[in-house]
Design a protein around this ligand. Structure first.
Ligand SMILES: Nc1ncnc2c1ncn2[C@@H]1O[C@H](COP(=O)(O)OP(=O)(O)OP(=O)(O)O)[C@@H](O)[C@H]1O
Ligand SMILES: [Mg+2]
Length: 267
């Protein structure tokens, strides 16, 4: 017990020393404290490696503490804003995560320890974001991952993330074009990126003042996942529910058929 504590203190001290030696600016001492309290030693070492590799030059404040992950503001060596998403090894919901990994052929060999599931999850979010980004979907471009840490482009201004769609204050007159654009993106994600988001809602869409941005893709699956159809229908229903008071929404079955292609529904 005592030894562990000593080792932990040593790691944190080393991290602090290395971070200051490299000239990394800690903009927000509290966020560093959050990191030290929330993450295990190996996560802190992995974070230190990112600093050491020159991937980060500024570590800023905490942006979000979610169910499974914390998000922080940071800057790269050129001063460009970056978001750091760190999955918590302790509190992550291992069973839920495993459901999305099993059945995805890209990750089917992953069925090991809790830690390995979380690392695979991080790798999966990295690969999903880039797949969607390459297909032209507006989402943060993933830059790098290591263990449970994901670096991606920051979506926001002056260190403040764009609001989630639910807080974007979309007016009735504006609803239709945003609804249509989001439905179109669900289609493009399925048909061009080969992905179903699987947790799409007003919580995982940001709004930059004129357009939406899709985030949080750890759980996104390929269309051959056994539950892909169920997830796709749920995504459409969530978007329909949110926009029902803002514009004319389309029948979910019609949207669904259009996305997966009528011919694929024939026996
Ligand atoms: N690339 C980004 N740029 C700016 N802000 C971001 C970015 N990614 C995430 N955020 C902020 O962090 C919040 C949480 O992010 P995200 O939805 O990816 O994680 P989460 O919901 O906590 O994940 P999980 O549910 O898997 O724990 C977002 O609502 C947004 O405010
Ligand atoms: Mg989210």
């Amino acid at each position: 017990m005592v030894k562990l504590k000593l080792d932990r203190d040593r790691i944190i001290e080393k991290l602090d020393r290395e971070v200051s030696k490299l000239g990394v600016r800690i903009k927000d001492a509290d966020s560093m404290k959050v990191m030290e309290n929330v993450f295990d030693d190996q996560t802190l070492v992995a974070l230190y490696k990112l600093v050491n590799k020159g991937k980060l030059s500024v570590i800023g404040g905490s942006i979000s503490t979610g169910k499974e992950a914390n998000v922080f503001y940071a800057e790269d060596s050129e001063g460009a804003p970056v978001a750091i998403k760190i999955y918590r090894i302790q509190s992550a919901n291992f069973n839920t995560m495993n459901q999305y990994l099993v059945g995805d052929p890209r990750f089917s060999s992953v069925r090991k320890s809790k830690k390995e599931v979380i690392f695979a999850w991080t790798r999966k979010e990295y690969s999903n974001l880039n797949r969607a980004h390459d297909a032209g979907i507006r989402c943060p471009k993933a830059r790098y991952f290591d263990r449970n840490i994901l670096l991606m482009d920051f979506c926001g201004e002056n260190e403040i993330p764009y609001p989630q769609l639910r807080h974007a204050g979309i007016e009735k007159g504006e609803g239709q074009k945003h609804y249509d654009a989001i439905i179109h993106d669900i289609d493009r994600m399925y048909n061009d990126a080969g992905l179903v988001h699987a947790d799409l809602s007003e919580f995982n869409l940001l709004f930059d003042g004129s357009e939406h941005i899709i985030i949080d893709m750890g759980q996104a699956v390929t269309p051959d996942h056994p539950r892909a159809v169920k997830f796709l229908v749920r995504d459409i229903l969530n978007i329909n529910r949110f926009f029902a008071r803002l514009c004319d929404i389309r029948d979910e079955e019609e949207i669904f058929r259009e996305i997966i292609g009528e011919d694929k529904l024939q026996p």
